[in-house]
Design a binder for this molecule. Structure first.
Ligand code: RAM
Length: 534
């Protein structure tokens, strides 16, 4: 392996890791001081619905309205009765069920099965068919017994869903639901109006993006409210961007910065995710997520105007890039990657090394800008020196001289990811980027993404290359494709060609409201008075 020649890296100092325990404690206290008061809104069912086989729908199951919601208290149900309530849009919250027995004679418990679903196919879930690689406990299915009626019961667990299925498993008599209320919660429980200048489809996309973010804004920004209901650094970066042009809840972003910082490891590396409950720290570290921290801090500082927090976290941000140097080798491969999860995208076939190098360069550029804003001119010069050194190596070692494409890994793989991060890092200039991105659409056997996380960065890459119209077309095609399939929040993965990947071994574990998918709002908000594209 080539030896890395030593390149100067700014000594931003201040992180004294002997006192890291104290630092963690201090950051945790600051995170706790920023816990938001959640906003509640009671939502009633919009209609009673029934499932329908539909080859066009995701997993072949669609839904159609059956009765008006106002008919609910008129329905009497015995054992075997099944109801589906449609709440009209995706929400996050708690169910409150009020019931009585028609003749008032309640001499034994009522036994119910409840199933909350984001998408219609989940309403046909059967536990015995579950094939998932993650815990089945994530499935939003409950069995409850109610001893005394008439009365109300509030379910203790929080659900993310649009639909609720109720199966009556046993009842002493004809059971009547007087009401089923959904006590919805979010740190920002409203939808900002879509900008006037957007087309009808773009407005729908904008609103679905805001709804996705709204439902991910709980006591921290979560990756998704169904599971794992957790703060993830990569998702937070994108949520913070959209938040800055929509809800502008900067306190919630800052709570998340402190939560992540409070969980740095022994070396000072930021975790990929953090739990809100005290005393539990993740074992998951994704170096390319840690490298996003400088951009997150910079963009947050600029949007919120909070210079103090930029000062506070500048050393930690620089430290993430400093730690990443341990992985860098001059042949553009990564050293000692054993215990880390390099992410970039879900695709198992993706060779990630070139993307990782570019993400490192992306971090250096953001650090240089942070240093400039904080009047640390020497640091800035050193970040940029380091940047030029590695940029030159990445171009020399990974760029195909004939095609101008960035290749990755031993097999010199061509992927959209390498070109996208090539543009975002400045390894490719705008003209090179335009040509490389155009080739991704034409060449066979390119590894492309079907994941909105990487596609967000493709939107950014188009804009950097001066091809905003391509970004808007992709938004209408890809995110609009989910809308055409009935989505009102955006999904974790989606393939418009009809073969959306099933992650985690079972479609019921995939989320239909996923933080990293909300980003079209960012571009649509900025679209301003740009000419309408056909
Ligand atoms: C999954 C989730 C999460 C993402 C990580 C990398 O667990 O999709 O949102 O950030 O992967």
């Amino acid at each position: 392996m080539d030896q890395v020649e030593s390149i100067k890296f700014p000594n931003v100092g201040k992180l004294d890791f002997k006192s890291k325990k104290e630092l963690r404690g201090e950051w945790r206290r600051k995170a706790d001081a920023l816990i938001p008061e959640l906003q509640h809104k009671t939502v009633s069912p919009a209609s009673l619905a029934e499932l329908a086989n539909d080859p066009e729908a995701w997993q072949g199951i669609g839904i159609r309205p059956e009765k008006k919601a106002s008919e609910l208290p008129l329905l009497e149900g015995g054992k075997g009765k099944s109801l589906i309530l449609d709440f009209g849009e995706h929400h996050v919250g708690y169910f409150v069920l009020s019931m009585h027995i028609a003749d008032g004679y309640c001499d034994s418990p009522v036994f119910l099965r409840l199933l909350a679903a984001e998408l219609p196919f989940e309403l046909a879930y059967k536990a015995e068919n579950f094939k998932g690689g993650l815990s089945q406990a994530w499935i939003q299915e409950e069995f409850i017994k109610i001893d005394v009626l008439p009365g109300s019961i509030r379910l203790p667990r929080r659900y993310a869903c649009r639909y609720l299925r109720i199966d009556v498993l046993a009842t002493p008599g004809a059971l009547i639901f007087d009401s089923v209320a959904f006590d919805t919660v979010s740190a920002a429980n409203y939808l900002p109006p879509a900008p006037e200048h957007l087309s009808a489809l773009e407005k729908e996309i904008y609103t679905a993006g805001c709804r996705t973010l709204r439902d991910c804004m709980q006591t921290c920004f979560v990756d998704r409210p169904k599971r794992d209901r957790r703060l993830w650094l990569g998702d937070l970066y994108l949520e913070a961007k959209v938040n800055a042009v929509t809800y502008r809840n900067f306190r919630l972003v800052e709570r998340c910065l402190y939560l992540l910082a409070a969980d740095i490891d022994e070396r000072g590396m930021l975790p990929a995710c953090a739990f809100e409950q005290k005393g539990m720290r993740t074992k998951c570290f994704i170096p390319d997520y840690s490298l996003l921290f400088p951009a997150l801090l910079l963009e947050h500082g600029k949007a919120s105007g909070n210079r103090e927090i930029m000062e506070e976290f500048y050393p930690l941000a620089a430290h993430q890039a400093e730690l990443f140097q341990d992985f860098l080798q001059e042949d553009c491969t990564l050293r000692n990657t054993g215990s880390y999860w390099f992410f970039v995208d879900h695709d198992a076939k993706l060779e990630k090394e070139t993307s990782e190098f570019c993400i490192y360069l992306f971090a250096l550029r953001n650090l240089a800008e942070l240093a400039r804003l904080l009047n640390r001119e020497d640091d800035k010069a050193e970040f940029l020196g380091n940047y030029s050194h590695w940029r030159e190596i990445v171009r020399r070692k990974t760029m195909d001289p004939d095609t101008g494409l960035l290749l990755s890994g031993k097999n010199r793989q061509i992927s959209e990811a390498s070109q996208i991060w090539g543009v975002l890092s400045g390894v490719l200039n705008a003209g090179e980027g335009r040509r490389a991105l155009a080739k991704m659409k034409k060449l066979p056997d390119v590894i492309r993404s079907r994941n909105p996380y990487l596609l967000h960065y493709l939107l950014e890459a188009y804009c950097i290359c001066g091809q905003e119209e391509k970004a808007y077309a992709l938004i209408r095609d890809y995110w609009g494709g989910m809308i055409r399939l009935g989505a009102d929040t955006f999904w974790e993965v989606f393939d418009p060609a009809g073969s959306s990947p099933v992650l985690y071994g079972d479609a019921h574990l995939v989320s239909a409201c996923h933080a990293w998918s909300c980003t079209p709002c960012l571009f649509l908000q900025k679209k301003g008075s740009a000419p309408e594209i056909s």
